[in-house]
Design a protein around this ligand. Structure first.
Ligand code: KG4
Length: 352
């Protein structure tokens, strides 16, 4: 079975053709450059750019896979969570294609897409995949949460911890903005941190690190500490900037890696998975691999193209739903900012 996936939840316009076995036949991602000068995603600009690019991106995905819409068995589209105006572009496009070509339409939760992205098969090299149940750390510009995944369905996925304020990627982006490093901040901080030395700056306090039994995160405090240091004139050279990047990255990645491994042990599972754009971070990958090995766990980090926003994971999540009528969404499918996954953590104190 072949599924066309469409993704437009934030600042990537993407389309992909994927088989029900997770083989990626094509994967086209248009990343919106228009947000760079604003230091973050501007929702209205995102929607307009999706409108401009969605049709060419879908055509390109079909062309690269060497198929036409007639060959496709279903159309899967991200309909939640995300920026509603941005989501609507993908949802309406998918409805039009599905209706015009007479194919089933499947609404997909973006977070479930990220959680199954580890099963995508790209290129020829065989990849080991995790066994259910596993614990996944989803860490991106919009989300930072830990999930126990028993099966690839909303009712078999449980949030076991999440950020109480900013997402980790958001913290990378905001810190980069404070240091004048542009947007997105993650890749540039990752690169500068390798040249810096965290021990040359006064230690940053680790977000939520002292809350021993908690599975939650908090990243707004560390961002404030950096803002205060910048305001106090502590960053006057490239070397200062690199050292602060190293200290920031070490603080954030150590709490993320530690929580993931602790959660896996508490849940009595053997496999841990990283997902989301921040999973590209070299220090996070290294820390998770090291801690997992030390505790006898298996760590799985998908290829970069599967970590960042893409439509292949949406097509695959749709393919897992596709057999039978249960999956087909009606043409009344709506875009919504909320995930279908039950949230246990809320921003601020206490459980939801
Ligand atoms: O999943 P993703 O592509 O989409 C959004 O959630 O928007 O993640 C993008 C996020 C951005 O915040 C970006 O700064 C971060 O992932 N990111 C990284 C790295 N590469 C991308 N963060 C840390 N280190 C990286 N190497």
């Amino acid at each position: 079975m072949l599924v066309l996936g469409i993704e437009s939840s934030c600042d990537e316009t993407a389309a992909a053709i994927v088989t029900s076995d997770g083989v990626v036949r094509s994967d086209v991602v248009h990343s919106q450059a228009i947000h760079a000068e604003h230091g973050g995603v501007v929702p209205e600009l995102a929607s307009r750019d999706h409108v401009r690019n969605v049709a060419p991106v879908v055509r390109e995905a079909l062309a690269r896979a060497g198929v036409s819409i007639v060959d496709v068995d279903a159309v899967a589209v991200t309909n939640r969570p995300g920026l509603v105006g941005a989501l609507l572009v993908g949802v309406q496009t998918a409805k039009g294609i599905a209706w015009g070509a007479g194919k089933p339409l499947i609404g997909v939760d973006h977070l479930i897409g990220h959680l199954v992205a580890v099963f995508l098969k790209r290129g020829d090299s065989p990849r080991e995949v995790p066994a259910y149940p596993f614990v996944s750390l989803l860490v991106s510009g919009g989300n930072t949460a830990l999930y126990r995944v028993d099966a690839p369905r909303a009712d078999a996925i449980r949030e076991i911890g999440a950020t109480r304020d900013d997402a980790a990627g958001e913290a990378f982006d905001k810190v980069a903005k404070l240091l004048g490093l542009g947007y997105p901040g993650g890749p540039v901080i990752d690169r500068l941190a390798r040249q810096g030395d965290a021990s040359r700056v006064p230690p940053l306090s680790l977000p939520m690190m002292k809350a021993r039994d908690s599975r939650d995160f908090s990243f707004s405090g560390i961002k404030t500490q950096i803002a205060q240091r910048v305001a106090a004139g502590a960053v006057t050279s490239d070397r200062d900037r690199a050292d602060l990047c190293a200290a920031f990255q070490t603080a954030v990645t150590s709490v993320l890696a530690k929580r993931l491994i602790e959660a896996a042990i508490a849940e009595n599972v053997r496999d841990v998975v990283l997902g989301g754009g921040v999973a590209a971070n070299s220090e996070l990958r290294r820390r998770v691999a090291e801690l997992a090995e030390a505790r006898g766990l298996r760590a799985f980090v998908p290829e970069l193209a599967s970590c960042t926003d893409n439509a292949a994971m949406i097509a695959y999540a749709g393919a897992l739903e596709a057999p039978g009528d249960r999956a087909a969404s009606g043409y009344d499918l709506t875009a919504t900012s909320a995930t279908s996954l039950v949230r246990t953590t809320r921003k601020g104190r206490g459980p939801r």
